[in-house]
Design a protein around this ligand. Structure first.
Ligand code: PGA
Length: 267
């Protein structure tokens, strides 16, 4: 408890001193949602108006809902997608390019999510190509990374995260931006969450890597935490140093839960 409040105080001080990094609360709907689910989006949009515009709010629905979501989104809600093909167009049946997603209204695309890496065999070199495709199209890629439970138990968390990120992160042009999402594989959809200290440790090594790769700009890029973030733990996680937002799966599907997390971000 004492350690936690210390962490929180340091974080608030950090945020006051830097004042630069705007929190991003991002929902990843995965393969959930029909047109009827847009009522949840309407509720999110209405409720956003009750909060100060002090953090970005994003939903990445399945591709079928990007257009109708964007049409109703207004200024406060951003719309994203969950994957893209590296090429701009061509004979790639079933795929969507970053340009097409941009055309549909997406301003962010999640790349390298562990479910894509495991279900579709997407490796880091491919993830890097996807990230470059996003930048080419004027979209911000959210590059995901995380360790397995076995890797954590073997004490390989930091090495794993850095190794994957070095291969996955794109080269940045002067006007480009990226987001990194740290998502421990064992925390996704399980209800399990690392301790505050464990999250702080990983986010710090990611911050150090971003500064190494992108110099000063690396200090301001957002690093999200993802994996069983919910209303009951959001405030605590968002107070950790170098946690600049959340990537939220299950708890983003209901407007009430998602907005409770947003409320923690702007409190
Ligand atoms: P979860 O998913 O919040 O349901 O754990 C997070 C994610 O996979 O992005």
């Amino acid at each position: 408890m004492f350690q936690h409040s210390l962490l929180g105080e340091r974080t608030n001080l950090f945020k006051m001193v830097t004042g630069m990094v705007r929190t991003l609360i991002a929902g990843n709907w995965k393969m959930n949602g029909l047109k009827s689910s847009l009522s949840e989006v309407d509720a999110v949009i209405t409720q956003l108006g009750d909060f100060p515009d002090a953090a970005d709010c994003l939903i990445c629905p399945p591709a079928t809902l990007v257009v109708p979501m964007q049409e109703r989104a207004g200024a406060r809600l951003k719309v994203g997608a969950q994957s893209c093909h590296p090429e701009a167009f061509g004979a790639f049946t079933g795929d969507l390019s970053a340009e097409q997603l941009k055309d549909a209204g997406a301003s962010y695309v999640i790349v390298g999510h562990s479910e894509r890496r495991s279900e579709h065999g997407e490796r880091s070199a491919y993830v890097q190509e996807q990230a470059h495709a996003c930048l080419r199209a004027g979209i911000v890629p959210i590059v995901c990374v995380g360790e397995s439970f076995a890797q954590r138990q073997r004490g390989e968390t930091k090495d794993t995260v850095i190794r994957i990120l070095r291969k996955s992160l794109p080269t940045l042009g002067s006007s480009d931006s990226i987001v990194v999402a740290y998502e421990p594989l064992w925390a996704i959809g399980t209800g399990l969450v690392p301790s505050d200290e464990e999250i702080a440790e990983v986010h710090q090594v990611i911050r150090d890597l971003l500064v190494e790769l992108y110099q000063d700009r690396g200090a301001d890029l957002r690093i999200l935490y993802g994996g069983s973030m919910k209303p009951s733990n959001a405030a605590e996680i968002l107070a950790i140093k170098n946690v600049n937002g959340g990537l939220i799966g299950g708890a983003s599907l209901k407007a009430a839960d998602f907005m409770a997390i947003y409320a923690a971000a702007v409190a």
